[in-house]
Design a protein. Sequence first.
Length: 283
Amino acid sequence: MAETIRETEIIEPAIPGVSWAAVAAGAVASLALTLVLLSFGAGMGFAVVSPWGSSGVSTKTFEIGTGLFFIVMAMISSSVGGYLAGRLRTKWIGLRRLEVLFRDSAHGFLAWSLASVLGAALLATPASSLIGGTLGGATQAAAGSMQSSFMDGYVDTLLRPDNPSTQVQQSSSDAQSEMIRLFTSSFRNGNDLAPADRSYAAKLVAARTGLNQQDAEKRVNDVVTQVKTDMEKARKAAMQMAIWLTLSLFIGAFCAAFAATEGGGLRDGTWSKHPFREAAINR
């Protein structure tokens, strides 16, 4: 009975359970550090990528390196933000140690959440400009939603005259505009040209370039294959980048929560009594 009375006589402190100022401070610090690391990563990316085929790292190595850098960046920035959120929060008096541990973890998670939301809104443009040049055209092609400018290069290949000195009667601008619209519409809807569109494209290429019908059809088939190959590369690059980003976000959330418990323990002077640390010592 005495134990029950003592439990019911415990009064919750009047201090709010969330120190939003500490959460905001951790989130801002995490955002600033993320921007610094993005700048550093962009510089390293430009350093290892080369327009010469025999220089620089391979595309696969670059993609893996970029993904690993995202994870390391998330670990560093989230840990710093979570630690500050736990270290700067108001001290709670009269709470059990496990409750304090939970609140510290929540502060780290909230700091990570706020930094993620603000980063998506504030750092999207700077981050895109910093890393966009190093990611190459494949990812940008996937994000382009098949705009007409994406097809310009392929259409130029299709309508390139076999003999530049040959004079053709077809209007160059009209033929190119028509072909761009045809390719853009076809690949957006079905990822290929319909048989009728393919035949018409071959006739248009033959009339524009001076090729015979058989060579024009071969050129159309080659360009269509190249378009589909590039689209597949862009899809895989975008998929892998999304997976790396998702993994880095999950790891960042864990690092922020754990770092906040460390900062909170140092704030209250109970760092050596951390449950995880005590379990490791007793083991």
